[in-house]
Design a protein around this ligand. Structure first.
Ligand code: TYD
Length: 204
């Protein structure tokens, strides 16, 4: 059986990933079997780890613990969901994957990038998405989108943090343009959706 296609969606908080993921899943479900995932989370164990990571009362959590917990949640979702789905020929659409760790724990928190790259390989077995859609947006604009909902521990980090994360994503894009495609997330929902469909359809 032909291996499935793995698409991840990345971007700072409030860049519109979740909406795009839902629209893409609804669209591709009409054509093929799709597994939608959001990180951290997606399995029983990873959702428990997600609770620890996003709980605002965990303000004493140090960056290395944070990185290891994201990696732990990812190991679980790769082995339990992503690998079996791809082996079954299904399409996997993930809201965040390993680039988030480089952007947030590397550029955002300042952890060593080589350490994080090794951690990413360790927790995924080297599994990379076939395509990564990077939603790029000014953090100020993104903040105005999330300000109405209750902020979690990561979203509460402030604008400078999100600026560094954005820089991290843009550096990743500059280094891996064959895998990562840049989308201007200030465009309308409809245009973003159409561009994303076109990019994914090139691979199917
Ligand atoms: P989530 O509610 O999924 O945020 P969003 O809807 O913006 O994707 O929360 C995930 C948070 O975890 C988000 O602030 C980014 C952060 N994160 C990391 O810092 N490192 C990671 O490796 C991952 C997967 C997420």
């Amino acid at each position: 059986m032909r291996r499935g296609i793995f698409v991840s969606i990345e971007g700072i908080d409030g860049s519109g990933k979740t909406t795009l993921r839902e629209e893409l899943i609804a669209y591709f479900e009409m054509k093929t079997e799709v597994v939608g995932i959001r990180e951290p989370g997606g399995t029983e164990v990873s959702e428990k780890i997600r609770g620890l990571l996003l709980d605002i009362s965990n303000h004493s959590m140090v960056p290395r613990t944070e990185a290891l917990l994201y990696a732990a949640a990812r190991s679980q979702v790769v082995e339990e969901l992503i690998e079996p789905a791809l082996a079954d020929g299904k399409m996997v659409i993930a809201d965040r994957y390993l680039d988030s760790t480089i952007a947030y724990q590397g550029y955002g928190r300042g952890l060593d990038l080589q350490f994080l790259e090794q951690l990413n390989i360790l927790c995924t077995g080297g599994l990379l998405p076939d395509l990564t859609l990077l939603l790029d947006l000014d953090p100020g604009l993104a903040r105005s989108r999330v300000s109405f909902r209750k902020m979690d521990r990561m979203e509460g980090e402030g604008l400078f943090f999100q600026e560094r994360v954005r820089r991290g994503y843009l550096d990743l894009f500059a280094r891996q343009p064959e895998r990562i495609r840049l989308l201007d997330a200030s465009m309308s929902r409809e245009v973003l959706f159409e561009q994303a469909i076109a990019m994914i359809s090139e691979m199917v």
